[in-house]
Design a protein around this ligand. Structure first.
Ligand SMILES: [Zn+2]
Length: 414
């Protein structure tokens, strides 16, 4: 257990916060600090063909130790942390034998991690938790995933009696700013399928995510002195308001769950002359997703038509852009890759929690790049903030899941 704690702490104490305002890859130079360390470590534990490219993408190989042909599988995680909360000077705290009560993260600032607000904590009574000191995020997202993959590979190398096929390891920068898959060399990776170790609670297994589109709307107004505006002024803010009022009121993030999709207004800035609105559209169902996009277009068309005589031309400009798709489409034809992960968990006494992701993952992008890639728990909770924590026992279980998947896959004929 200490080994896994030490490894995890050696990663989270290196700041790797991604920078959405940078155009380079990795987006922040400091991501190299951990990337370079990981390369050394992967070599030290005995992996083969350890490579890092000029964008800090890391790949490594654990060669097969059997003489029959079995599928090549991969495990993927990301070493950057979100820019939503600071990841500098992380000072992890270890709570042994958690008693189910409040955990004071920071006395001076009165930051308390409490099960009365975060009920999930009670799942881990008696376990060892790693928390923050209340001033930073922890970085379990996704350095827990990296810890688990490295530890599992090390275990397999030290235990050659466990039979497995070729296993590949892939670590990426910039997942948190949606670019983790951008330069992933799927062909070089050469896997039949892979798993991202990037989920939360123990047992999580995900192969469905949203279909996603972004909508940009520009409402064009006409400013005239309000005293003389009759029949002349176009107030673009009121037009934008009209548009928004046509969207279904109940289909918003704060009123939807599970498989319910939504329209979400994420930006509004306006003056009389011009108002810009941005929406995002999300739906797991591809047909409903397409319908939502059409609906967004239709409202704009109607407003244009209605005011054509009065104001002329297109007073609403609309741009709809697909962002990512539900990986289910790509995973369904190869559902055995989900069944294998499910079986691995069951073999280890872990109850699989299969649920749709209400967001996207790098795995969904990779799935569309030709690498089907469901997501498995990494164990952490409350990602992207100061309440982030991870039970060490969950990380250990994730290590075991990786090893178990390797074993099961070694039984499959290619
Ligand atoms: Zn993550």
């Amino acid at each position: 257990m200490q080994h896994i704690i030490d490894r995890f702490i050696s990663y989270v104490t290196i700041d790797t916060e991604a920078d959405p305002n940078s155009n380079t890859t990795p987006s922040s130079a400091k991501q190299w600090d951990l990337a370079n360390k990981l390369v050394e470590e992967l070599k030290n534990i005995g992996l083969q063909d350890v490579t890092i490219d000029d964008k800090a993408y890391i790949q490594a190989t654990l060669p097969s130790n059997i003489d029959r042909e079995v599928p090549t599988i991969g495990f993927v995680s990301h070493f950057d942390t979100t820019p939503d909360f600071t990841g500098a000077n992380v000072k992890p705290q270890i709570v042994h034998n958690y008693d189910g009560g409040d955990i004071v993260l920071n006395k001076e600032q009165n930051v308390v991690l409490s099960p009365s607000y975060f009920e999930d904590l009670l799942l881990y009574k008696g376990q060892t938790l790693i928390t923050t000191d209340g001033t930073t995020l922890l970085g379990a997202d996704d350095k827990a995933g990296i810890t688990e993959i490295v530890t599992a590979m090390e275990y397999l190398i030290q235990h050659p009696e466990i039979k497995h096929g070729t296993i590949k390891v892939g670590f990426t920068p910039d997942e948190e700013i949606g670019r983790g898959a951008d330069f992933f060399d799927v062909e070089k990776f050469g896997c039949d399928w892979a798993y991202t170790m990037d989920g939360s609670q123990i047992g999580e297994l995900e192969f469905e995510n949203f279909n996603a589109a972004g909508v940009k709307l520009k409402f064009k107004g006409k400013s005239v002195h309000p005293g003389y505006a009759k029949g002349k002024m176009i107030n673009s803010m009121l037009l934008a308001n009209k548009y928004i009022s046509k969207l279904p009121k109940k289909q918003v993030p704060e009123r939807t769950q599970d498989y319910e999709g939504f329209f979400h207004v994420v930006h509004f800035d306006g003056s009389i002359e011009e108002t810009n609105v941005e929406l995002i559209i999300r739906d797991h169902d591809r047909k409903k997703f397409e319908k939502r996009k059409k609906f967004a277009q239709k409202i704009a068309d109607k407003i244009n038509k209605k005011y054509e005589k009065q104001f002329g031309g297109d007073i609403v400009e609309i741009q709809i852009k697909d962002q990512y798709y539900n990986m289910r489409e790509k995973v369904e034809p190869v559902m055995h890759i989900v069944s294998i992960a499910e079986k691995a968990m069951k073999n280890l006494g872990i109850k699989p929690i299969i649920k749709p992701i209400r967001g996207g993952t790098d795995g969904s992008r990779l799935s569309y790049m030709g690498l089907p890639c469901p997501n498995i728990f990494a164990g952490g909770h409350n990602f992207h903030g100061k309440y982030e924590y991870v039970p060490v026992e969950s990380m250990q279980k994730a290590v075991e899941v990786i090893i178990e998947i390797a074993k099961i896959t070694a039984e499959i004929k290619k």
